[in-house]
Structures are given as structure tokens and as C-alpha cells.
Design a protein around this ligand. Structure first.
Ligand code: FES
Length: 170
């Protein structure tokens, strides 16, 4: 990247620059840097990853390697609300599939879709969340809900949808 391009990028990614500065542009802090960037964008845009690599003076392949290794990182845009259903063994045995069907129907998502067109919800199944005693488990943003029936899971999602509708009207 030429110095001029770097300047344009810096302006374009002002918030990323602040994050980099918060971590003293230390390549050893790559993971927390990427976590903070993802909090900002809700995912890790390709351009930003390249910018981070350049700013930290490390190979882009290393940044991509970290971003793709950890399932926590998303390389595609995500919705405002994140809904996860555990499909680990305990949850699977206790009916997580029914929850998946109910939530996908509630969000009107086709089988190959995970984000609603209005970008309000992203849905995904995850492996064991470490709360097997509460199986089946669903997490909406930071809130964990356990021992769920598909009707209860549906209600929780509907409550978030209603909140979003109220916010949109306000
Ligand atoms: S299998 Fe779902 S929390 Fe462990």
C-alpha cells in the first residue's frame, strides 16, 4: 500500500485505527484487536483485515488464518441480533432440531439462509456451549435460555422481534 492509499484507508477506517491504537498496534494482540473490530462491524470485512495486517506489519495470511480459525469470527455480514442454537450431542438428543425448525420458520429463513434480509437477525447452530444440563440451549445475543421447547424458543425470538419493531417506530 502506498502512503497515499494508507492515508485514505486510515480515514475510511478511523475506528479501526482507534482500536489498533488501543492495543498499541501490537501484533501479539491480534485476537483481541479482531474481536474489537468485529464488535464494531459485526463481522470482519476483507478490506479491514487487509488494513489490520498492513497496520500491524504482519502478513495478511496470518490475519486471515486467525480470522478463519476461530469460529467466533465471522467473515460475512451478520444481523444485529445473533441467535445460536446448540446442536451438541445433549442438545441434539433433547430436540434441538425442533428448535432449529421453529426459529428458521419464525425468521422466515430458507435452509441455506442464515441472515434475514433486513439484517436484524442471524441464526446459526453451534457445537456444545458447555451448558448440557440445560439442553436444549439457545443463546440470543448474550442471553442463554435452556430447557426449551420449540414454542418457548419461538416466544423468545418473537419478543426480540417485537422490541425491534418498537425501536423502529420510536
Ligand atoms: S450439547 Fe448443548 S450445551 Fe452441551
Amino acid at each position: 500500500m502506498t502512503p497515499a492509499e494508507t492515508l485514505v484507508c486510515s480515514r475510511q477506517f478511523e475506528r479501526v485505527c482507534e482500536i489498533l491504537d488501543d492495543f498499541h498496534r501490537d501484533p501479539r494482540r491480534l485476537i483481541p484487536i479482531l474481536q474489537a473490530v468485529q464488535e464494531e462491524y459485526r463481522y470482519l470485512p476483507e478490506k479491514v483485515l487487509a488494513f489490520v495486517a498492513n497496520a500491524l506489519d504482519i502478513p495478511a495470511a496470518r490475519v486471515y488464518g486467525v480470522a478463519t480459525f476461530y469460529t467466533h469470527f465471522a467473515l460475512a455480514p451478520r444481523g444485529k441480533n445473533m441467535i445460536k442454537i446448540c446442536d451438541g450431542t445433549a442438545c441434539h438428543v433433547r430436540g434441538s432440531n425442533d428448535l432449529v425448525k421453529a426459529i428458521k420458520a419464525e425468521l422466515n429463513l430458507a435452509n441455506d439462509e442464515d441472515t434475514t434480509p433486513d439484517m436484524l437477525f442471524t441464526f446459526e447452530t453451534v457445537s456444545c456451549l458447555g451448558a448440557c444440563g440445560l439442553a436444549p440451549v439457545m443463546v440470543i445475543n448474550e442471553d442463554v435460555h435452556g430447557l426449551l421447547t420449540s414454542e418457548q424458543a419461538d416466544e423468545f425470538v418473537r419478543a426480540v422481534k417485537e422490541l425491534e419493531q418498537q425501536e423502529a417506530k420510536a
